[in-house]
Design a protein around this ligand. Structure first.
Ligand code: GLN
Length: 251
């Protein structure tokens, strides 16, 4: 199958090698006989609901977020319709913040978001930086860990009915207080975790690919195992570094 990916603002929102997430999805899809077709969705370009199986948006500094904010807010209706239609989404850090209702940046400017996720973000004075380890359960009774790296000033507040992506085992997470990280709404995953995220969390890459395929077939496929020895080692190393920080950013 040709899995259609819409990459939002690749020229503005791509720090910490977030583009690497696309490379991982592409390889793991190919190893299963699928092809990833990636199309950039930039300023002023519409999001056509149903045209993408997976939408991806990376992270960015406040300056870049300010440049794309009005445009992504304007795409809010299309993005919500695409999500309601079953498209999968991965949003990282600055992109995650802009899928919420707004991001109030360090200058105090309130940047409107797409309103896809029930959350908002307010920048604080101290940046939250370091390795992170989460525990999550995207499928019932299938507890997993996610390891990555965070660097953000934003404190994200989940609104009523919002489901976090995971529980913070080590690191700051959404706000350094709640003990939770990210937000998950059906096939939509938002997270602060860079790294890039997917090379050291191959199960999450497979989960996203399966959701993208389910957008077309109705049912997520059960992928056979791959030789993930290197990925698993990268996960263990990142998890150990995070654990050495301890919870709540090591405070
Ligand atoms: N600029 C945002 C913040 O500082 C997001 C940063 C990022 O994408 N790494 O919180």
């Amino acid at each position: 199958m040709r899995i259609r990916v819409g990459h939002l603002y690749p020229e503005y929102l791509n720090i910490y090698a977030d583009r690497g997430n696309i490379a991982v999805l592409s390889r793991r899809a190919a190893w299963r006989g699928h092809e990833l077709e990636v199309r950039a969705i930039g300023m002023g370009a519409p999001v056509v609901p149903g045209a993408h199986d997976l939408l991806y948006v990376g992270g960015g500094q406040d300056r870049e977020q300010a440049l794309v904010s009005r445009d992504i807010a304007g795409k809010g209706g299309e993005l919500r319709e695409a999500v309601d239609g079953g498209a999968a989404v991965l949003a990282v850090c600055g992109g995650y913040q802009l899928l919420g209702h707004f991001y109030r940046d360090r200058s105090g400017a309130e940047l409107p978001g797409a309103g896809v996720l029930p959350l908002h973000t307010v920048a604080g004075d101290r940046r939250m930086i370091g390795d992170v380890l989460l525990e999550c359960e995207l499928e019932p009774d299938d507890r997993r860990t996610i390891a990555g790296f965070e660097n953000h000033a934003g404190r994200t507040l989940l609104e009523d009915g919002a489901e976090p992506l995971g529980r913070v085992v080590a690191g700051f997470g959404n706000d350094g207080e709640s003990g939770f990280e990210g937000c998950r709404a059906g096939r939509v995953v938002g997270t602060y975790l860079h790294g890039p995220l997917l090379p050291r969390n191959p199960w999450l890459a497979d989960w996203l690919l399966a959701q993208a395929i389910a957008h077309r077939t109705g049912e997520p496929p059960a992928f056979g195992p791959l030789d993930d020895a290197l990925e698993d080692q990268a996960h263990r190393v990142a998890a150990a570094r995070a654990r050495s920080r301890g919870g709540r950013g090591g405070r």
